[in-house]
Design a protein around this ligand. Structure first.
Ligand code: F6R
Length: 361
């Protein structure tokens, strides 16, 4: 049942405010963050995050949270690299495996590789009965409900929801933040479903611009800080369902190579809420515009005012705390990919060559 939508992917994108709110309600009580099973980060010397694909990008975003909020050194790895590289791991590490299906072969193998080596194996999964959940010490459900669309949307959102809770909890346990700051961060997190609703209301504005995107041979996504992994996720979504070549780059890397690609045929989508590094992002954008690149700036009202004219398009998102902004901007990334695919007429829910669950390596 597509719930009145044309595709499961659209249904799942529009479900996000509800499934995220439900997930968050399971992870918070009057005392702050609460987990289905206790988890203590006080003795942890490192967080190791391992996953594939979209789940990997959720981990790459969470790295910023574990480092910024909790001050814990954090490694992020692609499961297929981690398992064969045989990295040395600290026995005091907490290893975290993120998987929607809980059956991804490489992620499961990476989990088995660390099982005897680290203090604790934690998984963040959508399927609580899955192999990855069963083989971890602590399995945290993301409670997104069944995800049918091959391109992951609501599972990504809820992975971020659970990982944000974990980082906030770790920060509190390690004395990096007090109860007041914890409550503040949780308030921002719990405000997210409402902001996501507002972002979903921008669908028509987004759809209007994607006709042009559908003509592109190649699209670049840029972001700084936690928006960098979101840029990679935006590129992955677009290539998966519209078959347009796309790359996500850290804004600061532009002049180290990818700027050579820029001409008037290459749209550049910039995820940039008005934050401490916004000026730097603007100057990256200007470098693109000076080479006739078509910039689609995704920002907030303050960012749009500061950026001024000259972009090909500017989408004004609701204002959100920069720390958690990737959750909100993910909605823009999803809708851009979805509407571009509609213009191309591709099979959105069942893109060619892809499977929902990758149980072979
Ligand atoms: C992309 C996508 C894939 C999965 C990846 C991991 O939209 O869905 O990249 O994220 O195959 O799958 P899980 O999360 O089931 O381990």
């Amino acid at each position: 049942d597509k719930g009145g939508h044309k595709h499961f992917m659209a249904k799942e994108i529009f479900e996000q405010p509800v499934v995220l709110a439900d997930c968050l309600s399971h992870y918070t009580d009057a005392g702050g963050v609460t987990l289905p099973q206790p988890l203590d980060f006080t003795q942890t010397d490192r967080v190791i995050l391992v996953a594939c694909g979209t789940a990997y990008y959720a981990c790459a975003i969470a790295k910023y949270w574990f480092e910024q909020f909790a001050g814990i050194p954090c490694d992020v790895d692609i499961a297929s690299e981690f398992r064969y590289r045989e990295p040395p791991v600290s026995p005091k590490a907490t290893a975290l495996f993120v998987s929607q299906s809980g059956e991804t072969a490489d992620t499961l193998a990476a989990l088995r590789y660390v099982t005897e080596k680290v203090d604790r194996v934690v998984s963040v999964v959508n399927v609580p009965s899955s192999s990855i959940a069963r083989e971890s010490d602590v399995a945290l459900p993301i409670l997104a409900g069944v995800e049918v669309g091959v391109a992951s949307t609501k599972a990504f959102m809820n992975q971020l929801g659970v990982l944000a809770n974990l980082a906030i909890m770790a920060a509190r346990q390690r004395g990096r933040i007090d109860a007041v700051r914890e409550a503040e961060l949780l308030e921002i997190l719990h405000g997210m479903p409402g902001l996501i609703n507002q972002a979903l209301a921008l669908e028509d504005k987004i759809a209007k611009r994607t006709a042009r995107l559908a003509e592109a041979k190649s699209v670049l996504f840029l972001g700084r800080g936690a928006m960098f992994p979101l840029a990679m996720e935006g590129a992955l979504k677009l290539k998966e369902i519209s078959y347009i070549h796309a790359e996500g780059y850290a804004s600061g890397e532009l002049k180290h190579g990818p700027i050579a690609l820029i001409d008037k045929t290459v749209p550049v989508i910039v995820f940039a809420p008005r934050d401490a590094l916004f000026d730097k992002t603007i100057s990256n954008m200007q470098e693109v515009m000076a080479r006739d690149g078509k910039v689609w700036l995704i920002t907030d009202a303050e960012g749009a005012a500061q950026a001024g004219d000259g972009t090909w398009a500017t989408l004004v998102m609701p204002t959100v705390d920069p720390a958690l902004a990737p959750m909100l901007y993910a909605v823009a990334a999803q809708l851009i990919a979805y509407h571009t695919a509609l213009h191309k007429g591709t099979d959105v829910d069942q893109p060619r060559n892809l499977a929902k669950s990758v149980t072979v390596e």
